[in-house]
Structure formats: C-alpha cells, structure tokens
Unconditional design. Structure first.
Length: 592
C-alpha cells in the first residue's frame, strides 16, 4: 500500500483536526445513521485517553465513536476517492453515511477503502467506531475481562493501552487507471545498481515510464523498459542518508500521463556474516534505543515535531539505530528515519505472548498454563507481518524484522507458532532482511526453542535491575556467564542487546550505587559495557528506553516506566551525556 501523497494526478485531503467524539454510557447503543448524541471534541490524530479529565474513562475498555462531516470537492467527481487511515487502535469500523464500509483489526497498520460514489451526498457523515479491546486473539495480546460488573483489559505488556485514531485520516483521489503499489527492487554490483521496480497498475494504459532523480532533483535516468542501471551509486548509510527519487508515470495512447507517483528510496546492502552485521560491506554496530510512541497529552498520536526532536536528540548522542518496540510506528516516522539515516529494527505488535507475564511481579494476571495453548493470535500475527512488510518494504532504514517480543520461547508450542511466521517474513520480503525475536530471560540457552530460527540472538536483559538488583558486580558475572552460554550453543550467530536498562528518577542523586538514582543508571551501563566490550561477536546495544513512558500504575511503575535516558518530556538524565561520550568517541559514526 502506497503512502498517500499529493502528485500532479492525485489530490490529498487531510482530515486531521477536531472530530466529534462519544464515549457511550454503559448499555448505550449508537445508531450510525444518526448524529452522535452529546458528543464532545476530540483531536485527531491522538489517543483519546489523555485529552479527557475523567479518571474512570481514561482506561475505558470498549467501543468509542468519532464523527466528522466530510465535504467532497466537485472537481474530484471523475476520480477514485480513497479514504485511508494511518492507524486506529485497535479495531475500527468505518461508517460512511450510515453504512459500514470497512472494518480493520490491528492498531498499528494502515488500511484504506475506495468510497462508493452511490453513497455520496452533499454532506457526508463519516463515523468511526473504535474498540480499545485487546484479548487473546489480538496483538498486542491481553486478557479481556467482561462480566456483569465490569469490562477491562489486563495488558500482558508494559505500556499503557492507548486507544483512538492515532494516525492521520486522509482522503485522496486517483484517476480510474492508477498505480496501486511500487516495490523498488534493486540489485547492487560493486558501484553500479540495477533498479527494477515492480509496479502494480489497475486499469488501462499504454506505457509505464520510470525516471530516477538524485537528491538535488536532477534527472539521472529515464526508461520505459522497466529497468535502469545506475553507475556510481551513492549509498544510503547509517547517519549518512542519501535518497533517490523514483518517479513512476503511467501513460495513455497519446503519451499523456494518467497517473504518477514518486517514491523516495535509499540504496544499501546488508548481510549477517562472520559474527558481524555488514551495511554496505562494513561492520555495523547497533548503538541506540528501544523506543515507544509515547508523548504527554498525545499518547500514541502521530506528531512530526515530536518525532523530529527525537531524531535530532538521537543524532546529538551519536545513536545510529532504534527498534520500533513493540509495534509498527507511524509511516511519517519511518520516512523521517530514512531521511535521518537512522537504522531501524521494525517490530510487529507480537507482544504479550507470555500468558503469565506481568511487569508487576506481585500479580499473576494471565491465565496459568502453557501460553501456546491459550493464545489465539496466530492468524492476526500472520496478517500483521504481511501488512508491515507490505507497508515498509521500500524503507532503506529497515534492516531487520522483529516478528515478536519476549514470547514464552521456552514453552512447548513456541516453535510450532513462530517457525511459520519467521518463514512468512522471509518469503514476503524481496530484500531478504534478517528476522529476529528479542528473547526474555525465562527462555534460557538451555530451554529456548527459537534461537536457531533467527539471524541474530537478541537479548532483553536486566542484570543489575530485576536480577542482582543493586549489585553491579554480581550483575557483570551473571551477564557474562549467560552470554557465553548462548555463544557456546550458537557459535555462528552474532549477539546484541535489544533491551537493557534501569528505572531512574530524574534528580534523584547519590554518591552510592542506589537503584533509581541517576548515578546508578550511569554505573549500570558502565558495568554492562565492561562485559560486552570484550566480546567480538557482540554487534549492538539498544538501551531500554529512549524516554520514560506511560504504563498502568502499580508498585514498580510510579508515573510510568522510568528507564528512559530522557524523561517523558525529553529532558536528559545524566546517562544521556555518558552515552553521548561513548557513542561519539568511536572511530567513525556507528562503527565500533
Ligand atoms: C521488557 C519488555 C519491555 C519492558 C521492559 C521493562 O523486557 O520487553 O516492554 O518495558 O522489559 O522495563 O521491564
């Protein structure tokens, strides 16, 4: 699915702004044919949760309604009109003038629908019924409790279950013959690159023309044969992005352009080889973060200014990469990552696949028993892998797919569940990106059932926090022991940290190694680096987390998860400066 852009043949209308909103009373039935009764104002895109003040509604589980009046310019009468949602968390039912026109499950991937002209009126009513419910069939995976007394979602994951229309809603037009999709396939041989895009077109046309432009918009190549050879390729590289533009033109008998679309793309190679991750043939060391889409007031709402600041903070520190924990981020974010030269591990929302997981160890909230007998998310998992790869296939920044996070990889059935999904990701991706699944500490080198299926062993480890809390000497010993066991078992696979970190309260200081202080966070990372810096097969360090983020409140989560290097408002903790020193003092950016 193409990202919606304005071109000389396409009009783009952004429906961001204020919408009418209703959080129904218990038992209230909403009639999609009538205006929402007693609606309030809600901004789109954004989560609804932190735009309202009623505490009991903040983590409301159930259906919520959005409504917008949609006027369609007459000038677009002859065009196809497509309504596109960047994401709606988690299930969306879209009504156009009272009629259900599309339904989508999954809160982090786009979907669209061509509007039926027969339904159009002068004043069109657009309603979206959004469900915030997650359960054992959805991703993220959760426990859904519904009885006479209450309805709630118990997350089997450690972030707030924000809900709403999180990404832009756009109406775009295309001609009746239109470019449906473009896969910018290419093959690098030395300095030259054969570019052979796969273009899907619906409708009648005579000819397909391709034009290649450089960053200064100078036309480099032009063809109607479907293939171009670019000499002296300027490669996209970490923190040194270079993007070409591929302009696709569909022409009619008279040589007139019927439809056109321009896709920016970068050219790079990568490979996991001899314990290394090579980008453009050079060893790449992942230094950066696991992140979240999480901002005050916006919740998980798309905001390009906030993204821009995060990318600039990452570059300020010398970070070269990130993981989109624990779900696909907005397309606007991915486009900025391409532009910033930030390498991305792209993750599906395959989180919560551990039935008894609870960041609050005082509670066991999931069902007891084997996860793989409880979860029913396989079909949705397949679907979201397809949707993500289809969406992000052309991004130069994406170099690995994470098809899950911390599943119960040690319980029988994990392999039967994940092997087909890993194979699916490999089959679908033209670019053969490596596939990973960040591992949870419970799945040890002896009990884990998945590591031989993935390309890089990715560890989420908290020695010095959940284990050896406050004892960094013991943490170092245990961390080293564990990594060496993984190495012994899988001598051909590189290893990296996809998570490690400690909760830290900004302003809490001590001369002693006291957990939660800024000094402890600095010393924790110093200790971890002492271990991993000795290991030649260790290919990266992704700190958990870039910034503090919202969670449900409980004894270990006071005002959210505080493992950020920055606060939720993006103020640096002491560790930001130590990491900046480490990451900017390497020989050259990104290379250890
Ligand atoms: C993890 C999870 C992450 C949590 C983190 C923590 O292993 O992958 O979602 O937020 O630990 O802080 O406990």
């Amino acid at each position: 699915m193409l990202f919606p852009i304005q071109t000389t043949t396409r009009t783009l209308i952004d429906l961001s702004g204020t919408w009418d909103f209703l959080l129904p009373e218990k038992g209230q039935v909403v009639d999609p044919n009538k205006k929402l009764p007693n609606s309030i104002t809600m901004a789109v895109p954004a989560s609804f949760n932190d735009q309202i003040t009623e505490s009991k509604l903040r983590d409301y589980a159930g259906d919520i309604w959005y409504e917008k009046n949609l006027l369609i310019p007459q000038t677009l009468e002859d065009q196809r009109l497509v309504l596109r949602f960047g994401s709606v968390s988690h299930t969306a039912k879209v009504y156009f003038n009272g009629k259900l026109i599309v339904e989508h499950i999954g809160g982090f991937t786009p979907f669209e629908i061509e509007l039926d002209k027969a339904l159009m009126q002068e004043n069109n009513d657009l309603k979206v019924c959004v469900s915030s419910i997650l359960d054992s069939s959805t991703l993220p995976n959760a426990v859904h409790i519904k009885n006479e007394k209450e309805e709630k979602v118990l997350p089997l994951f450690d972030f707030f279950n924000y809900s709403g229309i999180h990404r832009p809603v756009k109406l775009y037009s295309t001609p009746q013959t239109y470019i449906e999709d473009i896969i910018v396939k290419y093959n690098v041989e030395g300095k030259s690159t054969i570019i052979e895009p796969e273009v899907s077109i619906t409708g009648d046309y005579k000819e397909l023309e391709l034009e290649l432009f450089d960053e200064e918009d100078a036309l480099l190549l032009q063809t109607t044969s479907g293939q171009m050879t670019l000499e002296n390729t300027r490669f996209w590289a970490p923190l040194d992005a270079y993007l070409y533009k591929l302009k696709v033109k569909v022409k009619d008998e008279q040589g007139k352009t019927i439809d056109t679309y321009t896709e920016e793309f970068g050219i790079r190679t990568f490979k996991v080889e001899n314990d290394q991750f090579l980008i453009n043939g050079k060893p790449f060391y992942f230094q950066g973060f696991g992140k979240h889409e999480d901002f005050p007031v916006l919740g998980k709402g798309m905001n390009e200014a906030a993204y821009n600041y995060d990318f600039n903070l990452m570059k300020w520190m010398g970070a070269n990469s990130l993981r989109t924990a624990h779900y696909p981020y907005a397309e606007e974010f991915m486009r900025m990552a391409d532009r910033a030269g930030i390498v991305v591990i792209d993750e599906v929302p395959g989180v919560g696949l551990f039935s008894r997981f609870n960041p609050d160890v005082t509670k066991n909230q999931g069902a007891a028993g084997n996860t793989w007998e409880i979860v029913k998310s396989f079909d949705n998992h397949k679907k979201v892998i397809q949707e993500l790869i289809e969406r992000d296939k052309n991004h130069a920044c994406v170099v690995m797919w994470a098809v899950g996070n911390e599943p119960a990889a040690h319980q029988d059935g994990a392999r039967e569940y994940f092997e087909p999904l890993i194979n699916l990701a490999r089959e679908l991706d033209w670019n053969d990106r490596p596939v990973i699944i960040p591992n949870i500490v419970n799945a040890t080198p002896d009990t884990d059932l998945l590591a031989d299926l993935v390309d890089v062993i990715c560890l989420n480890r908290y020695y010095g926090w959940y284990i050896d809390h406050g004892d960094l000497d013991a943490a170092k010993v245990h961390l080293k022991e564990e990594i060496e066991k993984w190495r012994e078992k899988y001598p051909d696979k590189p290893i990296m940290f996809t998570e490690f970190g400690v909760d830290t309260i900004q302003g809490l200081r001590s001369i002693h190694d006291i957990p939660y202080t800024e000094e402890y966070q600095v010393n924790f990372f110093k200790a971890q680096f002492e271990v991993i810096d000795q290991l030649p097969y260790f290919i990266g360090e992704h700190i958990w987390n870039f910034a503090d983020f919202e969670t449900l409140p409980f004894i270990r989560r006071i005002d959210g998860n505080k493992k950020g290097v920055f606060t939720r408002e993006r103020k640096p903790k002491m560790i930001a400066h130590s990491l900046k020193d480490r990451w900017t003092s390497t020989d050259y950016f990104g290379m250890k």
